[in-house]
Design a protein around this ligand. Structure first.
Ligand code: ISE
Length: 337
């Protein structure tokens, strides 16, 4: 492998722009070589001030560019499959924002394509695994520090969603993070998903039922629940409480200075995921770059992308029928053991 990743960033929207800034200013061992966006002006604006980078509107052209030797995919999920297959065919390191693909069938095709390649090239952008508190809770669980983990309670709250954010996206775009987090914490696969729809806020766009309560079970019977509430107004909050045999651990609570002033007390709530998980994204991308330079993958794999896609599929079915829906997974290929 070369000494530096020359990265083509595909998609210069909210997440793509955030990754371009981090690759350009904070990440060692990688540079932005190309930015691709269907909106040529947005691609051009994204490479402003980045010497040697080119702005393009076609992902294939970027992957064929001799100056590019890695790809970061930050387009909406439904566009991932083709880009992933093209990048795998070129055998280059890939960081793919979540979801790997929007459904289990297409995610499985990606797993099979990587298996045929014979080595892992895809890292999926589940950044929470790189958050300090997530990592600390993961260690407490793995070291059995407080006995067996019994239950996980998750709160996932966003200030608001655009009108285009569908009911299914509460699962596919948001709870997909908890599916990965639960698999990460327990080291187990998720076996079933149920979704309960209770009283809804008037602040959700039409067609979206918000909040929702998602109930999840893992192989050994760990129960997890998620309050997914994406038009919560007050700010961005992602927190978890874990119940063990010998104690309870909470992560993701409010942080930062606690101020008393002008007759009020308290602190600030983060506005969005860029602030809440900024440090985790930096660690995630650095881990991808360092591993890629060694010819490895430095985080969640295509298998994790496939397994969470299967959970999402079960979750969307459960949204519709209110039943406990079984998650069906194919056998895990040896490449991911
Ligand atoms: C968004 O796409 C993310 O990945 C955020 O982490 C999540 O909190 C949000 O709900 C999603 O829409």
């Amino acid at each position: 492998m070369t000494e530096k990743l020359r990265v083509a960033v595909i998609g210069a929207g909210r997440m793509g722009a955030d990754h371009i800034a981090r690759l350009h200013t904070r990440i060692h061992g990688a540079e932005v070589a190309a930015v691709v966006d269907v909106d040529a002006a947005r691609a051009q604006a994204a490479i402003e001030g980045i010497d040697g980078a080119v702005a393009l509107t076609d992902a294939a052209e970027a992957l064929d560019n001799g100056d590019v030797n890695a790809v970061l995919i930050a387009t909406p999920g439904f566009l991932h499959e083709d880009i992933l297959l093209s990048a795998l065919a070129r055998d280059i390191p890939i960081l793919c924002e979540k979801p790997l693909t929007p459904d289990a069938e297409s995610a499985w095709k990606i797993v099979q394509a990587e298996e045929r390649l014979g080595h892992k090239r895809i890292q999926v952008g589940f950044m929470r695994r790189f958050d300090d508190e997530y990592a600390a809770l993961g260690r407490i669980i793995r070291d059995n520090e407080l006995g067996e983990l019994l239950m996980l309670h998750h709160q996932h709250r966003n200030p608001e969603t655009p009108a285009s954010f569908t009911n299914e996206m509460l699962i596919n775009d948001s709870v997909v993070h908890e599916f990965d987090a639960i698999r990460f914490f327990t080291g187990e696969e998720i076996t079933s998903v149920q979704v309960r729809l209770g009283k809804a806020t008037k602040n959700a766009p039409s067609g979206q039922h918000d909040p929702q309560h998602v109930l999840i079970e893992t192989e050994s019977g760990v129960l997890a629940d998620v309050e997914i509430y994406v038009n919560a107004k007050f700010g961005y909050e992602v927190a978890t409480q874990a119940s063990f045999e010998e104690g309870v651990v909470s992560i993701g609570g409010d942080r930062g200075p606690y101020t008393r002033s002008a007759g009020r007390w308290g602190g600030n709530i983060t506005a969005g995921f860029e602030e809440r998980f900024g440090a985790a994204y930096d660690t995630e991308i650095q881990s991808w770059v360092d591993a890629a330079l060694r010819g490895e993958v430095g985080g969640p794999t295509a298998w994790d992308g496939y397994a969470t896609a299967a959970c999402c599929e079960a979750g969307v079915e459960a949204q519709k029928n209110g039943e406990k829906v079984t998650v069906r997974l194919k056998a895990k290929p040896a490449l991911y053991n």
